[in-house]
Write a protein of this length. Structure first.
Length: 174
């Protein structure tokens, strides 16, 4: 039964895999097969996954200082505008504090919003073109948002075996 199953698998492989079919034909004709080429594992060729540690730390800081996750996961449709505004103010104050303490951001473009500027090809990595984009750089357009660049980030190095995916531990009152 095993040989029957194996022949069935080989038949499909011969039909759909030309290299396999060629090796089977060589075996069938009695020719000696060349040594198989050593192929590096695909995993070694893939770039390493970027670390999410800093993102998780920032999310944890925004939750601790401003209860950002609580706010974003709350269904605010059930509350009146005054309550949502009061909650947004508290979240804004706490998250702004966390950002000031651990990040410095600066505008990418120094010109004012609404001002017309020329965008060269060298700046295309830091400028998103919107609207009717045609042709080649330089592009002439109006600033709709200055953009932000992080100029400083200071996060603590995790000590020991810390699970950074826990951005806010559960709280139990005793």
């Amino acid at each position: 039964m095993t040989r029957l199953w194996f022949s069935y698998l080989c038949w499909f492989r011969i039909i759909f895999d030309g290299a396999f079919a060629a090796r089977v034909w060589q075996l069938h004709s009695g020719k000696e097969l060349p040594a198989p080429a050593v192929v590096a594992p695909v995993v070694a060729l893939m770039p390493p996954r970027p670390s999410t540690d800093a993102a998780l730390q920032l999310l944890s800081l925004f939750q601790r200082e401003g209860r950002l996750i609580d706010f974003l996961t709350q269904d605010v449709a059930a509350f009146d505008d005054a309550d949502v505004g009061a909650a947004a103010r508290a979240v804004h104050q706490g998250c702004s504090k966390a950002m000031r303490d651990h990040l410095a951001v600066e505008p990418i473009l120094r010109e004012e919003e609404g001002q017309r500027i020329s965008v060269t090809s060298e700046r295309l990595g830091e400028v998103k073109l919107v609207g009717n984009v045609q042709g080649q750089a330089p592009y002439l357009g109006t600033i709709r948002h200055q953009g932000w660049r992080v100029s400083r980030i200071s996060l603590a190095q995790p000590v020991g075996d810390v699970d950074l995916t826990i951005v806010a531990p559960a709280e139990v009152e005793l």
